[in-house]
Design a protein around this ligand. Structure first.
Ligand SMILES: [Zn+2]
Length: 344
């Protein structure tokens, strides 16, 4: 059986959490408390679920959605409030995350014939209202969890399609390439999550590469930070600059790559470099064709793939897909030029 390395991947990077703490908004302490308590609770929950699951769940999975309300506690799967085909909730956040998960599931199924995170139709578990004013959302290797935000810097994290698509794509990466969440392979993991976060948002909004804003997380920014975002794929390093979050540290080329050890070796920082490549290729061949090229490449990557080997794998795939007539003939050339533009 293939080993699928898991990550606990948060949408708000640790360096932003640190800046917020300096500005007097203490989400960092809460995060630490959660992650410590979280492990013990989760182990107990999983043990309980696996014995129940073997009795009640049919063997064939159909990627059913289950939305749970954490009721501002730090418990996952606390209260089931909406399930596949069931009645809508009176809670708009529940319905939005349910619809968004459906949009994401349809995108992967209709575009790549890939069902749920594992392509075997695993249940899609979504927890909302997690923690008290918890300003983050995460994929933990098994399910997705969203906080309500503090209401000023970040509003409810379950409301944004790109955030949910980003987190679910961490699941897809886990079950395909299994990119290690450290250094350049970790930055590629983050990159893929941003790519499909943006692509799925563009499809839903009927945008093109030229009309899209290429921002990630712009819809979760609270009133204090309207107009800013967590990342810009078009112009990495320009998504935000404010006293609460500090300044967007993403490089847009290898010349300014982050070499430090924080953020798992800059996984949310150096993802700016391949993000820029994806933007440039999308401008050249259109987003849907670039998405196909990226997805087909993902299936060929290894857990330890770095930026250089990613480039090699992607160019190989570009040639293959162009020969098959699935992407434009000049795709390999455009991709090569795009990598050169970021110093790769
Ligand atoms: Zn992520």
């Amino acid at each position: 059986m293939k080993n699928h390395p898991r990550c606990k991947c948060h949408i708000i990077p640790p360096f932003v959490v640190d800046e917020l703490k300096k500005a007097g908004i203490d989400v960092a302490t809460q995060n630490k408390t959660i992650s410590r308590e979280f492990r013990a609770r989760r182990a107990a929950q999983l043990a309980l679920r696996s014995s129940e699951a073997s009795l009640v769940e049919p063997p064939t999975k159909t990627a059913d959605r289950f939305v749970y309300d954490s009721k501002t506690t730090q418990n996952q799967r606390l209260l089931l409030v909406r399930k596949e085909g069931g009645a809508a909730s009176t809670d708009a956040v529940v319905n939005t995350v349910y619809e968004n998960a459906g949009t994401i599931r349809s995108y992967y199924k209709d575009t790549f014939n890939y069902l749920s995170v594992d392509n075997h139709g695993a249940d899609m578990i979504l927890n909302v209202h997690y923690g008290k004013a918890y300003a983050n959302a995460f994929w933990d290797g098994d399910e997705m969890t969203f906080g309500d935000g503090d209401g000023q810097v970040f509003i409810n994290l379950a409301n944004a399609l790109d955030v949910t698509a980003h987190e679910l794509t961490h699941g897809v990466v886990q079950y395909t390439a299994g990119l290690n969440y450290q250094g350049q392979s970790g930055a590629l993991n983050e990159h893929y999550a941003d790519v499909f976060g943006s692509v799925i948002k563009q499809v839903a909004k009927k945008q093109t590469a030229a009309t899209a804003d290429w921002l990630i997380g712009d819809e979760i920014m609270g009133p204090s930070l309207r107009g800013q975002a967590l990342r810009s794929m078009k112009a990495p390093g320009t998504a935000y600059d404010n006293p609460l979050m500090g300044k967007d540290p993403q490089p847009d080329s290898m010349a300014t790559i982050y070499k430090g050890s924080s953020d798992n070796g800059g996984v949310h920082i150096n993802s700016g470099i391949p993000n820029k490549v994806f933007y440039l290729v999308s401008i050249g061949i259109e987003t849907d064709k670039a998405a196909l090229l990226w997805f087909e490449t993902l299936k060929t990557l290894k857990p330890t793939t770095n930026f250089k080997s990613f480039k090699t794998a992607l160019l190989k795939q570009a040639k293959k897909l162009a020969t098959a007539g699935r992407v434009p003939a000049d795709t390999e050339t455009i991709a090569k030029q795009s990598f050169v533009a970021v110093g790769l």
